[in-house]
Design a protein around this ligand. Structure first.
Ligand SMILES: Nc1ncnc2c1ncn2[C@@H]1O[C@H](COP(=O)(O)OP(=O)(O)OP(=O)(O)O)[C@@H](O)[C@H]1O
Length: 588
């Protein structure tokens, strides 16, 4: 299934290509990119742009005013400030580039290997990193300056090593977060070498925060480098922004404006680097939403509300629901005009082959479509109110309290950091507004009700201390804890073994009858449908091809696709047909 809880896999190539475009759509990102491009182009083409050589002295132009032969005026030695600024960009950027390259190369390489292999390698590298971090960088730079001379390149090289621990820690933590992902295990199983896994599967996934760090560290390097040069610690024969600041400062009372230009160049460059980092971060926080969304016409996303259903017994009435995701050419419809009705106390099975749109229909009702997904048209009437495209704040009030959800993967839906008890009581305290003590009492009763042999032990356990079947029971307990009117269960037994599947289905059936809940059960298993559902809708290619009572559907399927599905299943399996407790169900 395609669900919000599915394992994340590396971003697709299209999304990666979209990063630059999305950064440029962000106004701050665009401004930062333009400014940085100007600085970089200036640095690269300095000899073509600068009208004079940086050390060209003209005795008559000492402290010349702007425009008097020199665009930005002359400095105290009669050199062109503009030309020195242009060449200064080149030297300053080279210094920053050295520091960033060394820091990123050393830090990221060490972080990748320490994070991936762990053990003693990680311990030793972490010691070195901690040791470097404990040194005062400026003092170390001054010491190196004393022993190795005035080369700013060497200073920046040393500074790069001092900055490497920042990259190391970031990379190591990121690698620790992804190295146990299933796709990394799959790469290992398929026989790829560690080096190839690190480069192809890990570095690629963690690259974004590293890029942000590069941007920030480049800014810091420019500031530190300029600071050192301002203090006179650098080769004064080379034009740099820091060196120009020093010259202008010494001459400040004669030409006060001269300090403005290098100051402005440093500030604009550093600010652009920081803004660029922010724009990348903003983009990453949005997820992989394609840039195409922003350009799509709003009108397409407005659903037609239609009239409210007249059947008072209908709790949910989905009409002509169309769900789409943006792609390069517009919208791809994954649900294409689905209509469903669910009466109070009824269990409706939603069946169909993989990719037929069952989960997307269920998620549209829950208001939980993945990033970019929209209800393009149609309506979802829930208890007399159209909830299609309801604001998230309103939807949140419904979810949990009136509409609950049981997912397919129980383990990945429990937070490993919190005890089961907390995860059960939290929604009750928030949604029902009851006290913690009351919620605890209810949670223990619920755990007993869903068949936990020792409710108190489960209440105090962490998710890793219980089995998959127990976790699914916990999630069912959590889903029903606020007495919802509608329960949406998305293949709730698929991840469980066969005996546990039957127990969980029995539990769901009993709870549904006890609480007279309406249930939508998403499944591709006709055995499950026969076991628990009153009615069933069969989906194919985003459409409902047939809706019928379970018995009638099994006895006389109308649509060829239903016949084909049933033919495929019933060859081998005899389903347990549901014995209803209320009059609404299907007679066996
Ligand atoms: N985030 C998404 N972006 C684009 N398309 C998506 C997205 N999520 C799902 N789809 C597409 O929607 C279609 C329906 O998916 P859905 O998850 O509803 O299928 P399903 O019937 O529940 O399948 P399964 O039984 O395998 O869970 C599929 O073609 C899928 O590729």
């Amino acid at each position: 299934m395609t669900s919000a809880t599915q394992q994340q896999s590396p971003a697709p190539l299209a999304a990666r290509a979209g990063l630059l475009r999305s950064v440029l759509i962000n106004p701050l990102g665009l401004v930062a990119t333009i400014l940085l491009s100007i600085v970089v182009i200036t640095a690269i083409f300095a000899p073509l742009i600068a009208p004079f050589a940086p050390d060209d002295l003209q005795i008559f132009k000492v402290n010349a005013a702007p425009g008097d032969g020199y665009l930005l005026g002359g400095d105290g030695s009669g050199r062109d400030i503009f030309s020195r600024l242009v060449y200064g960009a080149r030297n300053t950027l080279i210094g920053a580039l050295i520091a960033v390259t060394v820091a990123a190369f050393v830090g990221v390489t060490a972080g990748l290997f320490a994070g991936y292999f762990g053990g003693r390698r990680e311990v030793v590298m972490s010691w070195i990193s901690d040791g470097l971090m404990s040194l005062p960088a400026l003092i170390v730079l001054l010491a190196f300056y004393q022993s190795l001379g005035s080369s700013i390149e060497i200073s920046m090289l040393v500074f790069g090593v001092m900055l490497a621990p920042g990259f190391y820690r970031l990379t190591r933590n990121l690698v620790n977060g992804v190295k146990h992902e299933l796709y990394v295990d799959a790469a290992r199983v398929s026989g790829l070498s560690d080096l190839r896994i690190i480069v192809r599967h890990i570095l690629l996934v963690i690259r974004a925060p590293v890029i942000i760090q590069v941007s920030v560290v480049a800014g810091i390097s420019i500031v530190i480098q300029s600071g050192l040069q301002f203090l006179g610690l650098g080769d004064t024969s080379i034009p740099t922004w820091g060196g120009m600041l020093q010259d202008a400062f010494a001459n400040m009372f004669v030409v006060p404006t001269a300090i403005l230009w290098p100051g402005l160049a440093i500030s604009v460059t550093v600010a652009s680097l920081v803004l660029l980092a922010n724009a990348i971060r903003d983009r990453l926080q949005q997820g992989n939403r394609p840039a195409a969304i922003a350009g799509l016409p709003e009108a397409i996303a407005k659903p037609a509300a239609g009239a409210a259903p007249t059947d008072k017994d209908a709790l949910l009435d989905v009409r002509d629901l169309v769900v789409g995701y943006p792609d390069k050419s517009g919208w791809t419809e994954v649900v294409k005009g689905v209509s469903l009705t669910l009466r109070r106390g009824e269990v409706l099975g939603l069946v169909g082959e993989s990719g037929s749109g069952k989960t997307q229909t269920a998620f549209a009702v829950l208001g939980l479509l993945s990033t970019g997904g929209r209800i393009l048209s149609g309506s979802i009437w829930f208890d007399g109110r159209d909830i299609a495209n309801l604001p998230e704040e309103e939807m949140r009030k419904l979810r949990g309290k009136r509409i609950a959800y049981v997912p397919q993967e129980p383990m990945s839906n429990l937070d490993p950091a919190f005890r089961i008890g907390y995860q059960l009581t939290e929604p009750m305290v928030t949604v029902l507004g009851i006290s913690r003590a009351e919620a605890r009492e209810r949670a223990l009763k619920l755990l007993a009700r869903v068949g936990m042999p020792n409710p108190l032990r489960t209440f105090n356990a962490y998710p890793h201390q219980i089995s998959g079947g127990m976790a699914q029971r916990v999630l069912i307990a959590r889903a029903i804890s606020c007495n919802p009117d509608l329960l949406i269960a998305d293949e709730p037994t698929t991840a469980l073994d066969v005996t546990v599947q039957a127990e969980v289905l029995d539990l769901l059936r009993d709870l549904q009858a006890e609480m007279d809940m309406s249930v939508i059960l998403v499944t591709h298993n006709f055995g499950v449908v026969a076991d628990i559902c009153h009615r069933v809708s069969v989906m194919k290619d985003g459409r409902v091809v047939e809706t019928n009572d379970v018995r009638r559907l099994f006895a006389a399927p109308q649509h060829d696709y239903t016949k084909m599905l049933l033919g495929a299943v019933l060859d081998d399996v005899t389903p347990r047909v549901y014995q209803p407790r209320s009059g609404r169900g299907v007679a066996a």
